[in-house]
Design a binder for this molecule. Structure first.
Ligand SMILES: O=C(O)CCC(=O)C(=O)O
Length: 216
């Protein structure tokens, strides 16, 4: 896709947080996008997430395995159509374990199985504020896969929503894994760059898939 002089290199953004550019080859990105489109259909499909303060999140979401709502997990889409959440496919579990191995090493692969996927869809105006993934009962690394438009991903620290943080550009096919001392680091998406998805993917917008161990 790029006419860059040098390939982007992997990097440790913070201790235990690793960015692996171009981890998913184009054919795998297309397969995942196709699957996301199926998962996004009702019942328990893509929904607008309402926050306890009465607002809404700008990224829309569908969940697999367990349904996330602010701030917990449920077996049904409690803040959507109430239908049972779709099952977590075994192939996403395999993908998560391979991702952790590649990013952090085999010793970081958790003993418990990956059992949750949160899939966020960002249109051009969507973003996500700084938050921690703290509703799981496991310290297993979170695996994040990006498809479509490039975004600015902000990765901070476990203590505060503010600095220090590092900005990383996440493009289609990139992998980001955070575990160990960074498992509860604040992170967010301040900006999506519209029109930057690989044209052959056929996606207007950005999808992010996080794979997690619920420990529940
Ligand atoms: O879209 C992203 O890259 C981040 C998503 C995220 O922070 C989350 O699902 O908790």
């Amino acid at each position: 896709m790029d006419a860059e002089l040098f390939p982007r290199s992997r990097g440790e953004t913070a201790p235990g947080a690793v960015h692996v550019p171009d981890w998913l080859e184009p054919a795998r990105q297309s397969e995942l996008l196709h699957a996301c489109r199926e998962w996004a259909r009702p019942p328990a499909g893509l929904r607008t997430v309402r926050t306890p303060g009465g607002g809404t999140m700008t990224a829309r979401q569908v969940c697999l395995g367990r349904h996330w709502y602010p701030y917990g997990y449920a077996p049904t889409a409690v803040d959507g159509d109430g239908a049972p959440v779709k099952p977590f496919p075994a192939r996403l579990g395999h993908l998560a374990r391979r991702a952790v191995t590649d990013a952090l090493g085999a010793e970081a692969v958790p003993a418990e199985p990956y059992d949750i996927a949160l899939i966020n869809f960002y249109d051009a105006d969507a973003r996500m504020g700084m938050h921690r993934d703290a509703d799981e009962r496991s310290d297993a690394p979170v695996v994040s896969l990006s498809l479509g438009d490039t975004c600015l991903f902000r990765f901070g620290n476990p203590r505060t929503r503010t600095r220090p943080h590092t900005d990383v550009e996440l493009r289609s096919g990139d992998l980001f894994v955070f575990g160990g001392p960074s498992r509860l680091a604040y992170h967010g998406v301040p900006k999506v760059h519209p029109g930057t998805a690989p044209p052959e993917l056929g996606l207007a917008g950005r999808l992010n898939i996080t794979l997690r161990v619920s420990g529940l």
